[in-house]
Design a protein around this ligand. Sequence first.
Ligand code: HEM
Length: 469
Amino acid sequence: MNSTVALPQEQVPADRIVDVDMLAVPGGAQDAQKAWRALGSKYGLIWTPRQKGHWIATNGAVVEQIYRSPDLFSSSVPNLPPEPLPFKFRPLQLDGHEHRVFRAIIDPALRPAAVQSYAVRARKLAIDLIEGFWPTGECEFVADFALVMPLSVFLWMVDLPMEDRAMLQRWVHAATRGKTRQAIEEANISMFGYVSQRLAERRAKPGDDILSQVIRAEVDGRPLSEEEQLGTSVLLMAAGLDTVAAMMSFVMHYLARHPAVRRWIMENPSQVSVATEELMRRHGVANNTRTATQDVEIDGVMVHKGEHVLLPNCVHGLDENLFPNPEEIDFTRKPGLTGTFGFGPHRCAGANLARMEMRILLQEWLSRIPDFEVDPKYPVIHQTAQVNGIETLPLRWETESGRRSRADFADQGRAGPCYSDAVPAMVLTIDPSSRVLDLRHCRCCHCPAARRGGFWLVRLSTSSDGRTD
Ligand code: HEM
């Protein structure tokens, strides 16, 4: 995508002007988050002439101050450079009372209890995906897992068929990581068309899903217009797909290179939430925009009414004044609110869902594939953008007998997956007279709790030839 170069505002002090393109932050291909952090060596607020000119917050204090000042900084412009959209993303682009009423429409569907209702299905899906590629000893994590999981959850939330997943996956990928503006626009138009069509179907035949809730919703005693329904529904899809896929990819790229961190998570299964928070602190993905509603002094410099500020959330999590040795993963850190999900009234509505999906990934992946690495044949390139990301992440690992095909694997009479959170499974193979033929650790479960002699869930499997299934 081309970015426009504009002349810097003449009021900006010269030493705050840095020619940095948010789509290609220097060093961003190696470590996207570190690259954003490196912009803040001198000032907490710098100006770039790129994307028609905007400010960038470069430390945690400035990011948090701006998020927490919704009267001074509007959310009306979601992307840079500012471009008109056929509708507003609601509640993301709204301020004040209007924001509160639209946020109230989506919040109930994303509360912990509502999110928990997808947990069993999400876990089963994660297991099926991982077990699908595990025998081959390799996967391309972004396409094989990171994009599939959040899209599937979205389809359950809106009660739409799983057959649509591949098509939506292509559009989401093109819309967020497309190489040309035309490719991005075409993908966006396809997604808007898809959601619009589904909304029309639900208007004719409402159900209990989120789209039907949006159609039934009222704001200030009136129903939503079709444009408002579309803006709210498309946001639900857009906000939770690329962000989760990107976060999963960064975390897995990190884990592939840090065996000690993987080991800690496996040896401390009850601390999976702590691990999730710390990994997400280190790998902030969203870079949101605010627009000054009046002249205001921040970090010792005047931001003028109408000027845009980009808030890279990762610079909050990587601020050494808030988190000592911020680039290190340290699961013993004192818990603190990180910028990963933003602050203030727009703080992420889907954080509970994102956390659940991340926990499931860590639990189900590490219990099956405790050791894995990046396939050195392919470079892994980070991207800085509205949402930082990784386009492809080829991972590989050793299987019990080296790499095998899925067909070879099916012949082994392998044990079924362990669906419990922390309870490892043993497989007991017995003959028809209940004589024990074999007792072994379920291969799907390399859980360290089992090695420590923890708690066992025993599955019985009888068959005349003594095979386990
Ligand atoms: C790791 C994954 C995620 C990250 C890092 C993330 C991050 C964020 C951030 C930083 C914001 C604040 C935007 C702003 O202030 O301008 C936000 C808002 C939002 N997020 Fe997420 N998000 C994630 C996953 C999700 C999921 C799974 C959903 C589910 C639908 C979701 C739905 C939303 C919505 C609806 C908003 C707008 C809230 C408002 O404007 O009041 N997000 N997200």
